[in-house]
Design a binder for this molecule. Structure first.
Ligand code: CAA
Length: 388
């Protein structure tokens, strides 16, 4: 049976997230975008009402929500502002490898920290010369007695300037490609340096930083999972977070569609609201279909995880389609507004700028296609990876 009915708890969560987005995020979103303001107060309020860290396991003080619920929450927050939404949800990316590979003591300490206070954590995978090609990373972690010493630079790190701890991927064997990468949890006070906050095209209320590690020494117990098994941990993490990112893209698309529809009903040209013209109607209709189709892919990619099934293909479909759709919808929303759409006094140019990152972060649309093509063309190869 296929049943798209949400539970009462899921409906309540969606309503809570929507109210929060409407009251706390929307009213300041355009101002925060203009000034590139870090939304500290909103982070604290969201934590207070229980909208942060949805997948933090209950045994470490979190709500331990299912992945479909996380998607509902992320769509609503991004409907309010995807930049602020990214700031509020990015802990999920850092905490997943800890939950998957950390020792009991590490989980109690680092996951517990997120439950006790509105703290932030960042996921450090990408490097200046290693983006899509994760195996090309050059950060190293060298074992020294009961410690590891980390050296290297990570870039495009969401919440990097504000994080209290970092999940860091580094080479423990320089000659072994993806089989030489390990994952570590690194507390900020171990000596993480924030080099630069990026000045971005969109999602300007989110923090994106370059961070570096100069002889940063951490206890060997901070290794997540086994040495040289970090690549797989990173991929398993992305399988768990891409549904939520795709849900944020749905939130942007939905917001752009709503603005375009409202404007089309008000704006009069040739004696009638432009919504009466079929040229506009068809654009709105295509927006609506894309939002619906993207959401179904998102729900499927979250629901598979909740059923304990592999969702690699499903989340690449969802991320690719939702991100590309958000970009198309936001671009068409600007078109519906005509010349006004290009002006910052009107809301949709921000959404067009914000949508662009959805096709870039957590795996570009091209990387999602690569995953999809591999699974379609060589399903056996990837099925083996899933059960490894
Ligand atoms: N689950 C488990 N294992 C997986 C897997 C998955 N989803 N995907 C791959 N693997 C396994 C493979 O089976 C293989 O295993 P074996 O060693 O046992 O054979 C191994 O991992 C290597 O896999 P590939 O040969 O497929 O590796 P590749 O080098 O070709 O890379 C890739 C694959 C899909 C391109 C991957 O590198 C990738 O996803 N790149 C994009 C990275 C990305 O999304 N970066 C964004 C970082 S987060 C961010 O954006 C910052 C932020 O703060 C928001």
């Amino acid at each position: 049976m296929v049943d798209f009915t949400l539970s009462d708890e899921q409906k309540d969560l969606r309503e809570l997230a929507h109210d929060f987005a409407a009251k706390e995020i929307r009213p300041v979103a355009w101002e925060y975008d203009r000034e590139s303001t870090w939304p500290q107060e909103i982070v604290e309020k969201a934590w207070e009402v229980g909208l942060m860290n949805p997948h933090l396991p209950e045994e470490y003080g979190g709500p331990g929500l299912d992945y479909l619920s996380g998607c509902l929450l992320e769509e609503e927050l991004a409907w309010g502002c995807s930049g602020i939404g990214t700031s509020l949800t990015c802990n999920g990316l850092a905490l997943a490898p800890v939950a998957l590979g950390g020792s009991e003591e590490i989980k109690r300490h680092y996951l517990g920290m997120l439950a006790e206070e509105p703290k932030l954590a960042s996921f450090c995978l990408t490097e200046p010369d290693a983006g899509s090609d994760v195996s090309g990373m050059r950060t190293t972690a060298v074992r020294k007695g009961s410690s590891y010493v980390i050296n290297g630079t990570k870039t495009f790190i969401t919440n990097g300037s504000h994080a209290d701890w970092y999940t860091v991927y580094a080479k423990t064997d320089m000659d072994a490609g993806h089989k030489g990468i390990s994952a570590f949890v690194v507390p900020r006070e171990a000596g993480v340096t924030v080099d630069k906050k990026e000045d971005k095209l969109g999602q300007r209320a989110s923090d994106t930083a370059m961070v570096s590690f100069h002889d940063v020494e951490i206890p060997a117990e901070n290794l997540l999972g086994e040495e040289n098994k970090g690549f797989k941990l990173a991929m398993m993490t992305l399988d768990r977070t891409r549904p939520g990112v795709a849900a944020m893209a749905v939130g942007i698309g939905r917001a752009a569609m709503e603005f375009a529809s409202d404007y089309a009903k008000e704006r009069v040209q040739f004696g009638v609201p432009i919504a009466m013209h079929q040229a506009i109607q068809f654009m709105i209709a295509d927006m609506a279909t894309k939002v619906e189709a993207a959401r179904l892919l998102v729900w499927q990619s979250g629901a598979l995880l909740d059923q304990g099934k592999r969702n690699t293909l499903a989340c690449s479909h969802a991320k690719r389609f939702a991100a590309d759709s958000a970009m198309e919808i936001a671009t068409d929303a600007v078109q519906v507004y005509g010349g006004y759409g290009f002006i910052k006094d009107y809301p949709v140019e921000k959404l067009m700028r914000d949508a662009k990152i959805m096709q870039l972060y957590e795996g570009t649309s091209q990387i999602q296609r690569l995953v999809i093509a591999r699974e379609v063309l060589m399903p056996r190869r990837v099925t083996e990876a899933a059960t490894a």
